[in-house]
Write a protein of this length. Structure first.
Length: 255
C-alpha cells in the first residue's frame, strides 16, 4: 500500500504545474518560463549564425542551421505555391520552436524539478508541449491566420461561398454545407493542438512510469524509449509545421 501511495504521489508531483491564480484565468508559470527560454535560445542561436556566418567552409553549427533552413524552405515551396513573405519564417519558427520544446522531454525526468527545488520551487513541469494550453494557443494563432488569409485572398463573399456552396451545389443543401464546413474549419485548430499535446503527454507519462521501476529496468527501458522518442519529438514538430502550411495554402486557393 505504501508503494502504491508513494508511486501515486510521485506521478502527481510530476504532473502538477507551478500555477499563478485559480480557475480559468490561472497561468502555468513553469510552461511560460520554458516556452520563453527555448524561444530565446532559438532566436539567439539563429541570430548568432546569421551575423557570424562565413561564406567559405561553414562550421558545424552554421551547417546544421543552413540544412534546417533549406529543409523548411524547400517544403514551403512545394506546398505553398503563392509568393508570401510570412509563410517561410512562420514555418521555420514553428518547426524549430516546437522541436526545442519537445526536446525537453529527453532530459532526465527528475533533472529540472531537482534544480527548481534548490530554489524553493516544489512543483515545476518542464515540458511545455505537454501543457494543453501551449499547443492549443499556438493552434489558435494558426487558426486566426487561416481566417485572415481566407478573407484577404477570397473576401467575405468568397469566404461565405466557400462555407455554403461545397460540397453540395443545390441551394436547398446550403445549410447542410455550412454545418459540415464549419465543423471542418473549427476542427483544424483543435486537432492541430490536441495532436501535439496528446503525443507529448503520453511520452512524458511513459518516462514517469519508467522512473518508478527498479534501477536495472530503468536502464533497460529508458534508453530504447528515449531513442524512439527522438523520432516522436521530430515528427510532432514536423507535422505541426506541415499542417500549418497546408491549412494556409488552402486558405489562399480555390476549391
Amino acid at each position: 500500500m505504501d508503494n502504491v501511495s508513494s508511486a501515486h504521489e510521485y506521478i502527481e508531483h510530476h504532473l502538477t504545474f507551478l500555477t499563478l491564480g485559480k480557475g480559468f484565468w490561472s497561468i502555468n508559470i513553469d510552461s511560460m518560463i520554458m516556452v520563453w527560454m527555448v524561444g530565446l535560445l532559438f532566436i539567439g542561436v539563429f541570430r548568432y549564425v546569421a551575423t557570424r556566418g562565413t561564406k567559405g567552409v561553414p562550421g558545424r553549427l552554421q551547417c546544421f542551421i543552413e540544412i534546417t533552413f533549406d529543409f523548411v524552405n524547400n517544403l514551403v515551396k512545394e506546398i505553398f505555391k503563392t509568393e508570401d513573405k510570412l509563410i517561410g519564417p512562420l514555418a521555420l519558427t514553428i518547426f524549430v520552436w516546437v522541436f526545442l520544446m519537445n526536446s525537453i522531454d529527453l532530459l532526465p525526468i527528475d533533472f529540472v524539478p531537482a534544480l527548481t527545488r534548490l530554489f524553493g520551487v516544489e512543483h515545476f513541469r518542464d515540458l511545455p508541449s505537454a501543457d494543453v494550453n501551449v499547443p492549443v494557443s499556438m493552434a489558435l494563432g494558426v487558426f486566426i491566420l487561416i481566417i485572415g488569409y481566407t478573407l484577404k485572398n477570397k473576401g467575405i463573399v468568397g469566404f461565405i461561398k466557400e462555407l455554403t456552396t461545397q460540397p453540395f451545389e443545390h441551394p436547398l443543401l446550403y445549410p447542410v454545407n455550412f454545418i459540415l464546413e464549419l465543423i471542418t474549419l473549427i476542427s483544424k485548430p483543435i486537432s492541430l493542438g490536441l495532436r501535439l499535446f496528446g503525443n507529448m503527454y503520453a511520452g512524458e507519462m511513459i518516462f514517469i512510469l519508467i522512473a518508478l521501476m527498479p534501477w536495472w529496468m530503468q536502464w533497460a527501458l529508458s534508453v530504447p524509449w528515449a531513442l524512439f522518442h527522438i523520432l516522436i519529438v521530430f515528427l510532432q514538430a514536423f507535422i505541426f509545421m506541415v499542417l500549418t502550411i497546408v491549412y494556409l495554402a488552402m486558405a489562399t486557393e480555390e476549391h
